[in-house]
Structure formats: structure tokens, C-alpha cells
Design a protein around this ligand. Sequence first.
Ligand code: AHR
Length: 505
Amino acid sequence: MTRTARFTLDPAFTIGDVSPRLFGSFVEHLGRCVYDGIHEPGHPAADEAGLRTDVLELIRELGVTAIRYPGGNFVSGYRWEDGVGPVDERPRRLDLAWRSTETNRFGLSEYIAFLKKVGPQAEPMMAVNLGTRGVREAIELQEYANHPAGTELSDRRIAHGDKDPFGIGLWCLGNEMDGPWQTGHKTAEEYGRLAAETARAMRQIDPSVELVACGSSSRSMPTFAAWEATVLAETYDLVDYVSLHAYYEELDGDRDSFLASAVDMESFIESVVATCDHIGARLKSSRRINLSFDEWNVWYMSRSQKATEDNPLDWPEAPRLLEDNYTVTDAVVLGTLLIALLRHADRVTVACLAQLVNVIAPIMTEPGGPAWKQTTFFPFAQAAQHGRGRVLDVRVDSPTYRTAKYGETDLLHATAVRDPETGAVTVFAVNRSQDEELPLEVALHGFDLAKIAEHRVLADSDPDARNTLTEPDRVTPHQAQDTTLDGAVLRATLEPMSWNMIRLT
Ligand code: AHR
């Protein structure tokens, strides 16, 4: 058996408070995320607005907060005016990003109504198009959405049936503008100026808006870090966040490296923090830019690109795109990515799991049929429910394993969160070993904890096990046996390749 992994928890040593927005998600007009995902009029479970109530129920259970919309690459060709007003008068348009036809049956008003139905924890996070459009269209959208009444645009919203302003407080200034694939792709200098001018104008309407400037669309972009530095030099006093995007997949059968993906995510976060603070220092600013990790997930991008090449699409409506079916291994990796975000909760204060339904998503649907949970649903839902409060500083002493991509890597990846109201502590831990159990010992200093409320595990003897339409409950979390709390020491055995949530009350 492997050597024991250990860490110590003390309520005096903390990282920071978890922002509720850390458990955000993303709805893009892409494939079947909107159409046949959240919106399917005529489905037996659809409400009067065409929203699938079975999907709404799963979204509530998942516990997502901020929901980014309408893209993604889609936003860079989007005209927001197409998605407001009477539905049967809305235009059909080519969506260049995903080579699809956009019917605009779902738009801004439907998005806000959808958020209301998800519940009070759901918050809008709206992206403006800075690819093919600019300052004017962004402020017109803001005025339409947020101005109470008495102007042409706000009165147009009221005439469209939305008397109350939408109160959108969190805005993304474009999407992945560093990417050559982006419609209207720009250099860092071009984007930095445009983002600054847009931010200035949006703040003239409402100084309290929170704005996200586009960072790099991945850490592997050749312009990474220089892009952030240039954009922030233009926008530092005008924006609140810089964005990060990262997707991970198992490549060439190298599962050991895949299981260590969070090593990359953590160092990506730390590099962006360093870049933000470097620009802040150069500007002698006391302002702090936080991080919006507004696209993250496991995504088998290499497979989906191949599918498009083999089968060029002919501008279909809501095609099946990017419908990855996640294994239990993918769910464990997603768990480590959640741990990475929590471990940096002092600076990552917005994060969006990309995406919410059907498209690289924790929730799947079949038109006219059921909705079900992918394996990745479980770690996210557990973290969103119990990863609330203050993150404790966890420094693990763990046995290691060798990975081709990241060298010697800890087998244990862990974090812990304390609820300041109840004093309850939740430990999230992943054992990265594919075949060996990992004994864990946690020393608890200065807590008043009496019992283990639960130790839930996601693991399976088949690492490729997954949930499907025909077998929707193949993979679900189970209760661990033999986890003990002996005075001030928590002891557990983590199953091979497992995600664990241990709640102490
Ligand atoms: O989430 C899928 C796509 O990934 C988004 O549209 C884009 O922003 C990113 O490249």
C-alpha cells in the first residue's frame, strides 16, 4: 500500500472566501445547448415559455449561479436586436462560429425569464459583441436591458413585454478576441483600446457595472501573458476581471498526465495573477483585478474538430455538436479542476463550467425524451452545495507519481472549506492513482468537530464507465466505509482514481 498522504487544517490559516460566482456556468447558442436543451416547446415537460422543467430541475440541483450568455464564439457575430421582440418576426441568420442557422427563437428576454425560473441564485452574465460590433451596440444593449424607462430603447423593452429592467450587472467585453478563429479577431492593442472605450461608455451609463476583459483563450496561445499585459495596460482602471479559458482532455492514452490537469490550471491562474499584479504595480494602482475563469471543463476538442472535418455541416439548426459523453475518469479530473479553483478563491471570483446542457455539459437531453446527469454532474453539484464559506490553506504532504507532462506530481489533490456560520468543514480530495488506494490523514487544529456527516465517493472499477440515454444511472456517488474522526484526526482511504467529499460537522 502507498504511503499515507497528510495535511493539517487550522481555522486561522485561510485562503479567502468563496464567491458564489465560482459555481457559474455557460449557455451558448451552440449545437443543442439552447434549442432542444433548455428550450424545447412541445416537449411533454415544457412550460408555457417552452422551457423544459425537467432540465430546470436538474440545473437547480446542479447549483449553478452566474450563467454566461450568449457566447462564446457565437457572440462575435451576434446582433442582440435579432433576439428581442415578437418571436415570429425575428430573423434567421447564419452563425459563422458554428456553421449553423440561428433562428433567434430564444433571445435576451427568454434568457432572463430562464434565469428567473432557475431561481434566485442564478445571475446574468452577458457578453457583448466586440468582434463584428463595437461601443455603440454594447451601450445600446445595456440601455435596452437595464434602463428603467423613458428612452427609445428602454421603452422598446417595455413594449416587448418586459416592464422591469433586467439589472444585468456582470458583462463580458467580447469573447476570446486573441483567437484567430474568432470572427473579428484582433491584436492585443486593437482589442485593448476597444475594450477600454466600451468599458468607459458602459460606465457612463452605470458606474457600478462589473466588467470582464478578455484574457487569453488558452495558456498555450503564443500571445499568452503578453496579451493580458497589453490589454490590462489599456483597461486596468476600467475593468474588474480578466478572463481565463482552459479545456483538458486525455491525449495519446496518457491518463496519468490527464489526471494531473489541475497542475496546469493552477499555474495558469498563478501566471495571470502575476501579470495582473505586475501591471497594477507599473501603474502604481491600489486597484486589484480578479480572475474570471469563464470557460473551463474537460473537452475532447481533438475529436470534435475531426468530426467537423469529416462531415462538413450544411448550416443546420441546432445540430448535435460537442456532445461529449463523460467517463468517471473525466469526472475525477473535473473534480481536481474544481479543487484548483477553490484553492485560488482569493483571486478567482467568477468561474463558469462550459457549458450547461448538451454541449460539453453535465446535463444531457433527448428531444421529446428524458434529461439525465453525466458523471461530471456529481462533483460540481457537491462542490456548489458544500464548497461555500472560507477556503482553508491546505498544504499536502503526499506520495507522488510520475507524469509525462508535469513531472513528479502529488497523488493527493485537496482543498477544504469551512462554513463560518455552522463551523462545518468540507474536505474535497482526489486520489490520482489509477490503481492504488491512498490512505489520508488530516490533522484538525482548533476546530469543534464531532462527527463525519458523510464521505461521498465518485469512483468505479471501470474507469470508462459513463451515463447514457439507455443507462442514465450507471455512475453515481456512493458512501465510503471506514472513514473515522478520532479526536482531532480524520482518517480515510481514498479509492483508486476517486473524487471524495468528506463533510465534518
Ligand atoms: O465552449 C465552447 C467554445 O470554446 C466557446 O464558444 C469558445 O469561447 C471556446 O473556444
